[in-house]
Design a binder for this molecule. Structure first.
Ligand SMILES: N[C@@H](CCC(=O)N[C@@H](CS)C(=O)NCC(=O)O)C(=O)O
Length: 216
């Protein structure tokens, strides 16, 4: 179930929120022990795991006495601990990162998440057919927010300008599934360019520990 060893334990599964935490840990070479929580076996509802995250969701991080949940908070914690500019030191830039993380949770990935759930999670876990009303509404709203994102990326390499932050990982997390989940990003050239750049980052392309390593 684990790899490596340290004071930190990162509980994950191969999903979009798990990807954010694992990618940042891998990118920063954070000394975490990876603990795979198999959602398909209901391991996230086991009492031991609920003691770490009472929400019964991955990812979660234990760092000494700190028990942290929410993928955004975990990314920021790992980056701050590593003194990485993924979580900028400049307070004005931190607020800019918070703006994007909040916008993403409330707007862009909220809609993309509805599509991801309906078109990928439901069939995978046998949870029924996509809810057409919900997906139609999500597609319309996602298009509006994608236009905002595309304009913000005009003339910029990353969301905050020329350096990568956790905001780039959070906002882009559903883009690799765009076709499968009908996320309407076609025609947004700045998003496409930004996504190609992110895809070049090995830790983002392959964020998860190998299953063999996780079982060791
Ligand atoms: N806002 C949370 C969402 C966590 C979440 O929904 N995790 C999913 C996997 S991506 C999960 O554990 N689902 C299991 C369940 O809800 O039963 C975060 O960003 O960490």
């Amino acid at each position: 179930m684990t790899t490596g060893g340290s004071g930190m334990k990162l509980y994950y599964f191969e999903t979009i929120n798990g990807k954010k935490a694992c990618a940042v840990a891998k990118y920063l070479e954070s000394p975490v022990e990876y603990v795979r929580i198999d959602l398909s076996k209901g391991e996230h509802k086991a009492p031991d795991f609920l003691a770490v995250n009472p929400n019964g969701k991955i990812p979660a991080l234990e760092d000494g006495d700190v028990r942290l949940w929410e993928s955004n908070a975990i990314m920021c914690h790992l980056a701050r601990k590593a003194k990485s500019e993924l979580w900028p030191t400049d307070p004005a830039k931190q607020i800019e990162v918070l703006k994007w993380l909040s916008w993403n949770s409330e707007h862009f990935t909220r809609q993309a998440g509805t599509l991801y759930f309906n078109y990928l999670v439901k069939p995978k876990f046998g949870l029924g057919v996509p809810d057409e009303k919900a997906t139609e509404e999500a597609i319309g709203l996602a298009r509006q927010f994608a236009a905002v994102l595309d304009r913000a990326l005009e003339g910029r390499t990353f969301l905050l300008g020329d350096h990568l932050t956790v905001a780039d990982f959070a906002v882009s997390v559903t883009l690799p599934y765009a076709e499968a989940i009908r996320l309407p990003i076609e025609g947004f050239d700045n998003i496409a360019r930004w996504q190609s750049l992110l895809d070049e980052i090995p830790a983002w392309r392959e964020p998860f520990p190998s299953l063999q390593a996780a079982a060791a």
